[in-house]
Design a protein around this ligand. Sequence first.
Ligand code: ADP
Length: 484
Amino acid sequence: MRDVADLLATVPTGLWIGGEQRPAVGGGTFAVHDPATGEVLTEVADATAADGRLALDAAVAAQASWAATPARERAEILRRAWESVMARRDDFALLMTLEMGKPLTEAQGEVTYGGEFLRWFSEEAVRINGRYTHSPSGAGRILVTKQPVGPALAITPWNFPLAMGTRKIAPAFAAGCTMVVKPAAETPLTMLLLGQVFADAGLPAGVLSILPTSRAAQLTDPMFEDDRLRKVTFTGSTGVGKILLAQSASKVLRTSMELGGNAPFVVFDDADLDAAIDGAMAAKMRNIGEACTAANRFHVDNAVREEFTARLTARMQSLKIGPGHLDGVQVGPLITAKQRASVADLVADAVAKGAKITTGGAEVPGPGWFYEPTVLTDVPAGARILREEVFGPVAAITGFDGEAAGIAAANNTEFGLAAYIYTRDLDRALRVAEALESGMVGVNRGIISDVAAPFGGVKESGLGREAGTEGIEEYLETKYIALP
Ligand code: ADP
């Protein structure tokens, strides 16, 4: 394995603004921790509002020439960035494991997935189309073209430090937008390394800025009042998303919001239980349960509930917990002590209201923020865990009787990001998939994210779609030119 000290020595720790690394105005820094040990990995520059203004200045200065850069050239830069991420796969993977805690094999998977957005949107960059038609009245001609939205601000979360960045940066660049990225304070290192990759790939100065900060709102609040910013793209909690939407109203910014989820995992009485258990483990435990697509509620037909619970319990018990870079580890630490406390709170609430623990249910003593893989059964309707995203390795199981009750249970939430269903009946699968109030439905699959598919939610889970052929539209304006 790559030596940790060697790797950290190669990662930039300054702000990335205007094509160069620089300290924060005022010289502040903050510490990045390893959640498996609680120890400090390194210090990075702590961006201020003044740095935000400098980054926006650089983005605005670069916007016109970047938009005018031939799409093929923009595509080639994205393609080279993809090649470079792949060439540095081991560095990116280890860095994500260190700052975020996920097992190394999952971090390697994220390098492939996150890198793929660079390749996919390099291919989309050259396929931005318009149309030319005649008015039905015969009064004129209609020319429709697409133009870049303009300078964009991306605010990203810590759970997928690479992919949540590239899913925004790649379509923005493909469309011809410049971008200021504010990564999560917990995981800024992956994004800073990506900045270096883009510089090496020949990205012009100012097109990308990267501003880690320990005071997010102080950095970004003034940007929402700046006429020059045209777009905000955010992945994170629904609470923060609502604040950013309100702030976006001031200048009527274009917004893309990937917010919280509360994904139901619905197992019908005709499900293939082997497949359902495999799918449940993937949908629950990928990323230690810290994914907005993670299965949060398991609704299982009472005909198969006991067997499903027993088998899921056995699988959860068999998982190996530990620091993500160690061989064979399947469950890493949670991101912070606060996150672990919030998971413990939701479990305590469910148990106080009558849920039973079939495995787990406790913090792992020792250094780091580990929590045992946990299964709760007989979770009563009033338990908070059925309404709130647990973001941890806890599966909450409830029973239902019949298809209609399963659908009603699944839709009983203000969220609507992902949903999972298990059934062997194709008619039922289509019927239920259409009835579910969510942006994405997995049928007999526990992992649904795909670079070529539109990712996004309905209800309070968000606005807009990332990836797929839809993703680039979030960074394009439609212009109509009326002709005689
Ligand atoms: P989580 O609970 O997963 O950390 P958050 O929604 O709190 O999710 O954070 C997601 C991202 O939003 C992070 O980069 C965080 O720094 C940023 N953020 C949080 N609050 C604000 C805010 N008021 N203004 C701008 N960014 C914010």
